[in-house]
Design a protein around this ligand. Structure first.
Ligand SMILES: [Mg+2]
Length: 252
């Protein structure tokens, strides 16, 4: 671990791109109640003060929601990629305009159909997202989640087969924009002209970014699960320790 972190710390320009939920914050039942832990906040602040480092949060959350849970304001120096990279916010520039942000005509109708389908399953609910919706089943009793997901899959097969399907931890998301975290990290790498990238994530969608990393980068998986990352940590607490060590290596 120490070797990999020390190596990446030597890059002239370093991009540290971090998923938010389950990485800087613990996973919680109410998605809007998620907040970074105090250790994670301190580690991110130390990285931002280190020379030649850009910090970015790369999340599946809609940009507006990500700004709320990340307690991100207009003075912040943290770059943001929301909706898996379909939305961007940069220091000094604010939210960037997307090329084509027009909603499909039937988007509301599809979301309402999903809400009606989810209502039949205890604990299941639909979160409206900027580019689609997510089915949440974190609080569903055992055995309900697969049935609720099958019902939504069935609906989407006929209603909107072109929407991108993403699996997560007790979350099933459908979006009409197809951007992934791999594209988000590539764009951040290009714009920041980073010589190396650190990416940390805890879920299936993060593997898009982890698989796209190059020689000299460092991928970190937080928690269990199959991964393309070269380094694994147990939880947000251990990740904060790695980020703090990275910041201190840069500062010295
Ligand atoms: Mg996550």
């Amino acid at each position: 671990m120490t070797d990999a972190v020390a190596r990446v710390a030597r890059a002239a320009r370093l991009l540290v791109a971090l998923d938010f939920d389950g990485v800087l914050s613990p996973l919680v039942t109410d998605p809007m109640a998620a907040r970074a832990t105090p250790e994670a906040k301190r580690a991110v602040a130390a990285l931002m003060d280190a020379p030649g480092v850009t910090v970015a949060f790369v999340s599946g959350r809609a940009l507006g929601d990500l700004r709320v849970i990340a307690e991100h304001d207009d003075a912040s120096r943290v770059w943001l990629a929301g909706s898996h990279g379909a939305e961007h916010w940069r220091p000094g520039a604010g939210q960037l305009r997307a090329d084509d942000d027009t909603d499909p005509a039937d988007a509301d109708e599809i979301r309402e159909s999903a809400e009606a389908a989810a209502a039949a399953f205890e604990g299941a609910w639909i979160e409206a997202k900027r580019y689609g919706f997510a089915l949440h089943t974190r609080t569903s009793p055992d055995g309900i989640e697969p049935r609720a997901q099958a019902a939504i899959d069935e609906l989407m097969r006929t209603a909107a087969p072109a929407w991108r399907r993403r699996d997560g931890k007790h979350v099933l998301e459908f979006a009409w924009r197809h951007e992934g975290k791999d594209v988000a990290v590539a764009e951040l790498r290009r714009v920041t002209q980073a010589d190396a990238v650190v990416f940390a994530g805890d879920d299936v969608t993060d593997e898009d970014a982890l698989r796209s990393l190059e020689e000299g980068d460092l991928g970190i998986r937080v928690g269990p699960g199959e991964t393309a990352a070269s380094l694994r940590v147990a939880d947000p607490g251990e990740l904060a320790a790695v980020l703090t060590r990275l910041a201190s290596l840069r500062a010295s």
